[in-house]
Design a protein around this ligand. Sequence first.
Ligand SMILES: [Zn+2]
Length: 221
Amino acid sequence: MQDGGRETEVELRRDLVRFGKWLSRLGFMPGTSGNLSVRLDEERLLVTPTGVSKYLMRPGDMVIVDLKGHLLAGTRKATSELSMHLAVYHERKDIEAVIHSHPPIATAFACAGRGLDEMLCQEAVMTLGPVPLAKYATTGTDEVAASLVPYLAGHQAILMANHGAVAYGCSVLDAFLKMETVEHLAQIRLVAHQLGSPQILTDEQLEELTHAKSKYVLNAR
Ligand SMILES: [Zn+2]
């Protein structure tokens, strides 16, 4: 890391390669789908290129763009879903990295018109909180950013109708952990409902968990 805690460009390129590979092996980015980005500095983003398997991606494949999406450096074209990433950085100045992927169970919820807003397991409260479903938008258009904006301020991850999921955080690792948790919570919810007797957390339990979470956050500092 450089002075001030920000990772160097070399480290950030390596992060995008590492977590792209990981997401690919989890089955969240089949074919050439999915994309990752991270802030290089106040004005520039490092983003994954379009049309490349995230398992085979190399550090030199990344593209540098400004916050309006103009290409500044790189030999490839930026992801076609760049406007989604730009919307997150625009609305959330605290966010350093964005991941969009198609995790199968979470995407199935998004295709069934359902968010992950039911609080079933304690982990859902302790980590992500509710994951809302953004309304339908055609991929690659400005509709996508507009569909996400209402949810960006109050949530850590969002499902996108008939499409997939987006997660964001203070580092590529943080965004990755959130994306991994989205799929985990979708799996739990699916199976709990298949079993036929999902036990939704009560208001009292939710209050106690919220209290426990604030203690945990203080402890982890
Ligand atoms: Zn997509």
